[in-house]
Design a binder for this molecule. Structure first.
Ligand SMILES: *[C@@H]1O[C@H](CO)[C@@H](O)[C@H](O)[C@H]1NC(C)=O
Ligand SMILES: *[C@@H]1O[C@H](CO)[C@@H](O)[C@H](O)[C@H]1NC(C)=O
Ligand SMILES: *[C@@H]1O[C@H](CO)[C@@H](O)[C@H](O)[C@H]1NC(C)=O
Ligand SMILES: *[C@@H]1O[C@H](CO)[C@@H](O)[C@H](O)[C@H]1NC(C)=O
Ligand SMILES: [Zn+2]
Length: 235
């Protein structure tokens, strides 16, 4: 596959910068493309008629009317929109609970700059749909659809000390990798390969069936957040 334009642009950067990039330690990054595409393929079917119409209106031409195609976008702009990088995750100080006031900030201590703050932020922006707004709601939608995926990757809310599992070296079958990457990519890739005949769409269909079948009793429980639009973890 041809690299998307932003990667092609990267290739034009001085070699030294490329080298720095390659030598940089793996950062707490995102669910792989597959994870984000699958989350959005499933979510699309659950949009209300009104929401689906707004999504269609906001999607860029290049999406061909499919929300899932823009769901990896936020990862692709992480270098270009450097400020957005901390919005993909949240860290806790080695405790198994999340406190918004304590944990939701970037490395400079700016409040709200974490995945939970970002979900609130872009949700709120999208409420201005249909009114005059200074926000680019296409970007708000692409960010929101991505971050809701990220926040459900367990290691996107992890310990600061091990960078959400990025510094924990493990073996996935015979391959040496890190725990964060196992959750981002390896589990999904292996499942697609071993259980779903190498087809992401087959896996998506199976998950959709699970939602109406085996997991249907759990759904109300998942939805049962006190304050839904502000996300659950809003202490
Ligand atoms: C909210 O969105 C705006 C526009 O993209 C961005 O500049 C700001 O950093 C975002 N803040 C958070 C907490 O996501
Ligand atoms: C909104 O954001 C998208 C994606 O970054 C961009 O292609 C588009 O030109 C922006 N629209 C405006 C009006 O700036
Ligand atoms: C698996 O996929 C191949 C094509 O990629 C297809 O020919 C085959 O019938 C599929 N098998 C099953 C069990 O769906
Ligand atoms: C989910 O779907 C798969 C494949 O259709 C099935 O094997 C599995 O039992 C289902 N799980 C639940 C909890 O329903
Ligand atoms: Zn991400």
């Amino acid at each position: 596959m041809a690299p998307p334009p932003h990667q092609r642009a990267l290739l034009l950067f001085p070699l030294i910068f490329l080298l720095l990039l390659l030598l940089a330690p793996p950062r707490a990054d995102a669910w792989g493309k597959e994870g984000h595409i699958m989350v959005c393929k499933i979510a699309e079917k659950y949009l209300s008629e009104k929401a689906a119409a707004a999504v269609q209106a906001l999607l860029p031409e290049s999406a061909g009317g499919e929300l899932s195609t823009v769901c990896p976008w936020a990862d692709e702009v992480r270098w270009h929109y450097h400020w957005s990088s901390p919005l993909h995750y949240a860290n806790t100080p080695q405790v198994c609970n999340f406190k918004y006031s304590r944990d939701c900030h970037n490395s400079r201590g700016e409040k709200g700059m974490c995945v939970v703050g970002a979900i609130n932020n872009y949700t709120e922006q999208l409420y201005s749909y249909g009114q005059k707004t200074s926000y680019n709601l296409t970007e708000s939608l692409m960010f929101l659809a991505h971050f809701v995926g990220d926040v459900h990757q367990p290691l996107h809310v992890g310990y600061e000390e091990d960078e959400g599992g990025n510094t924990i070296i493990v073996h996935w079958y015979r391959r040496k990798t890190n725990l964060h990457h196992v959750w981002d990519v390896s589990i999904i890739d292996t499942a697609i390969k071993d259980f779903y005949n190498r087809s992401m769409d087959t896996m998506v269909e199976a998950l959709k069936m699970n939602l109406t079948g085996g997991w249907s009793d759990d759904i109300t429980h998942w939805e049962n957040c006190k304050n839904k639009w502000a996300t659950c973890a809003n202490e």
